[in-house]
Design a protein around this ligand. Sequence first.
Ligand SMILES: NC(=O)c1ccc[n+]([C@@H]2O[C@H](COP(=O)([O-])OP(=O)(O)OC[C@H]3O[C@@H](n4cnc5c(N)ncnc54)[C@H](OP(=O)(O)O)[C@@H]3O)[C@@H](O)[C@H]2O)c1
Length: 296
Amino acid sequence: MKAVDGKVLVIGAGGMLGQDICARFAPHFALITASRRSGDIRLDITDGEATRRVVAENAPDVVILCAAYTDVDGCERNPEEAYRVNAFGAANVASACADVGARLLFISTDYVFDGAKRNGYTEWDVPRPLSVYGASKLAGEQWIREICPRHWIVRTAWLYGVGGKCFPRTILNAAREGKPLRVVNDQTGSPTFTGDLAEVLLKMVSAKVAYGTYHAVNQGSATWYEVACEVVNLATERGLLSSGVSVTPVSSWEWLSPTCRPAYSVLNMERLRWAGIPLPRHWKEALQDYIQRLDA
Ligand SMILES: NC(=O)c1ccc[n+]([C@@H]2O[C@H](COP(=O)([O-])OP(=O)(O)OC[C@H]3O[C@@H](n4cnc5c(N)ncnc54)[C@H](OP(=O)(O)O)[C@@H]3O)[C@@H](O)[C@H]2O)c1
């Protein structure tokens, strides 16, 4: 890939996806990192004044907003905080970008959809979130569309990465501790490796693809149960687990959670395809890579 000149401000740089974005973008862009608790700059995006100042002072060409209130059950319990960060925080960043003419790349979620579809959500399907998290992220999308015309909204799903707490790691740890693995088998989605997503984002920004809404996930689909089985198989093959670990499929109602999640939220990637951006590999291949990295 050719080197691209420009300055990129990553907000939420210390998060699971943020760390991979920084690693992928650093060789190609001058990078400035911001988060509430880590990075070059301490920034809380709910503070509109501070957000405007940080963006104006650093004059980035592109701002990547991957900061969010991502605790889905926490959002259900604290809806005000969810909207404060995911909607108004996004609006603050959008106005700051519009003020200085920076392009804004916002990370959104499959949870904007209700799960009633059965053949993959496209970028033009109508969102209907079931949860506070999904609704607050959708409100963030809407503010961005209204405030900052030079934007990319990239919806992704079921993220896991080396730099954060995530489902495959939780399964691996639970299996190692000999805990029973009872995993939901009636929610189907697009498990996605943060390293692969970061690579797609880099390609999108470098190619300056048309503004608008995109989906970016690893290909294929799975239930949480299927992902857990694959984690156990791969980890057993690599000697990280002893053989004989079993996973029991359960239904969502057996899993006590305040959040209503979509039963089906697989994302299709029509716009990436049209833009000529290579689609990320199949989720099983990506998961294998992830397990190898944990083992290294
Ligand atoms: N995880 C998933 O499965 C998933 C699925 C679909 C979409 N997404 C989206 O992908 C993005 C990245 O997710 P992730 O899992 O990597 O998140 P994460 O690990 O929870 O990281 C979130 C980051 O946001 C920062 N942050 C939170 N509130 C902030 C605020 N008010 N001001 C500034 N920074 C703030 C946190 O910084 P501090 O720790 O310093 O506070 C942290 O660095 C999010 O937009 C999320 O909605 C995630």
